[in-house]
Design a protein around this ligand. Sequence first.
Ligand SMILES: [Zn+2]
Length: 71
Amino acid sequence: MARRYYHPFNGNRYIGNTNTNEVHDLENEKTSCRINEIKHDHIVNFNPDTHAQAKREGFDNCAYCIGNSKY
Ligand SMILES: [Zn+2]
């Protein structure tokens, strides 16, 4: 499992799930992330494509691929 080069992932490393408000790192994706179960309407990209940007936008870390989840 890794980056996906199609919409709405667009090859980005970090993707946000607006339903759970969590950010995932696709370079370290785990089965428990259940990326393929996220509705595409709930997926957002970050610009720039960095973890810092996801945090600036208020996303919480995924406990599986990033760790240090607040919830
Ligand atoms: Zn994850």
